[in-house]
Design a protein around this ligand. Structure first.
Ligand code: COA
Length: 327
């Protein structure tokens, strides 16, 4: 049986740091409030002339170099993002072009903060079916483009950056993606969205004045749903595959809020120190958080480790995916 294994991972964040202290200077907030309520200390911000295509291209170039892969070997690129350079065309095609992936096609996948999880599962199906051999899956965002820095409840959470993996075919039965559960609830659109600029609310003077081009969220409602969504999805994957907590060496959660992460661990009775966490440095980079975590923890991972990825995001979308690390 063919399985999809992760054979390389990388991440990219821009250099500019926006710290809690910087935010204190532009809005009515404090480092103390942000740190205790979210765990975030700083986030990264892209320059105005660069966006998701730039992040994705850097990621592809690094993945090829790291894994000694020729650009022609890549069959497909999926870029999970909700902040692509343009509404149309997608960023994945530009990324293929800019990184010289002459044999690949690409497409963007928008499942907001669950994007990387959805893209990874989608890519793994193309590999399991034998259709493609090597696929690059990216999660990349420029969330700062949609932040209203007058809204202290939301803008403090998000940052820019992302990561990616090479997913490839393997006939080894032990390693690779084992199973995933993906979920959606479209009624959640009203609690987390960017309305302005879409075809229902095209950019007009009125929509601009109403600040519809910024990300809106009902933080409290999402907080509760995110915790439940993540632990229920993990629980479902675990039960379906007869997994115990000991079989999961790491939980790799979307980084939305430190309190969400600890609460998910608590509900599962899972040790918090085995939950990957880099929220203090990068904040919420939406589809970027999971690959950024894998990249940062790569040195601590061992061949055969069981990783439970989980995310919750706009849509609502959520899910969990279990894999065995392959190197
Ligand atoms: N600095 C200082 N005070 C702030 C603040 C800030 N940045 N943001 C909000 N506050 C204030 C509120 O105005 C409120 O004041 P009040 O009691 O006088 O009305 C108080 O802090 C508590 O606000 P509340 O909204 O109840 O805080 P919270 O503990 O729910 O935390 C979030 C707010 C947004 C951090 C939290 O709800 C959250 O993380 N939600 C999930 C968001 C998310 O993950 N979104 C992405 C989806 S993947």
């Amino acid at each position: 049986m063919i399985k999809a294994i992760i054979s390389a991972v990388t991440g990219y964040v821009p250099e500019e740091v926006l710290s809690n202290q910087d935010l204190e200077r532009i809005m009515d907030t404090s480092n103390e409030w942000i740190t205790t309520r979210t765990g975030i200390k700083e986030r990264r911000i892209m320059p105005s002339d660069k966006a998701v295509t730039y992040i994705g291209t850097r990621i592809v170039q690094d993945l090829l170099k790291k894994s000694n892969t020729n650009p022609e070997e890549i069959d497909m690129v999926i870029c999970a993002t909700c902040s692509g350079d343009f509404i149309m065309p997608d960023s994945a095609n530009s990324i293929c072009y800019q990184s010289g992936l002459t044999e690949a096609f690409g497409f963007d996948l928008n499942a907001a903060c669950s994007g990387f999880l959805f893209a990874l599962h989608t890519a793994s199906q193309f590999i399991r079916s034998g259709t493609y051999q090597k696929v690059i899956v990216i999660g990349a965002e420029k969330m700062s483009a949609y932040m209203n820095y007058e809204d202290r409840t939301t803008s403090i959470l998000f940052g820019d950056g992302g990561g990616g993996v090479i997913l490839e075919a393997s006939t080894d039965s032990i390693y690779g993606i084992v199973d995933a559960v993906l979920k959606g609830d479209g009624s959640g659109y009203r609690y987390l969205n960017i309305r302005g600029g879409g075809s229902l609310h095209p950019l007009t003077e009125e929509s601009f004045a109403a600040k519809e081009h910024y990300l809106y969220q009902d933080g409290k409602r999402i907080f509760k749903r995110a915790i439940r969504g993540m632990y229920e999805a993990i629980d479902e994957v675990m039960k379906r595959n007869q997994l115990e907590n000991d079989d999961v060496d790491w939980i790799v959660p979307h980084q939305a809020n430190d309190r969400i992460l600890s609460s998910v661990a608590e509900h599962l009775n899972y040790p918090y120190e085995k939950v990957m966490n880099n929220i203090a440095k990068f904040g919420n980079t939406s589809a970027g958080t999971i690959p950024l975590c894998l990249w940062e923890y790569e040195d601590q991972l061992k061949k055969g480790d069981g990783l439970m990825l989980t995310a919750f995001g706009g849509g609502f979308t959520w899910g969990a995916l279990f894999l065995r690390w392959a190197y």
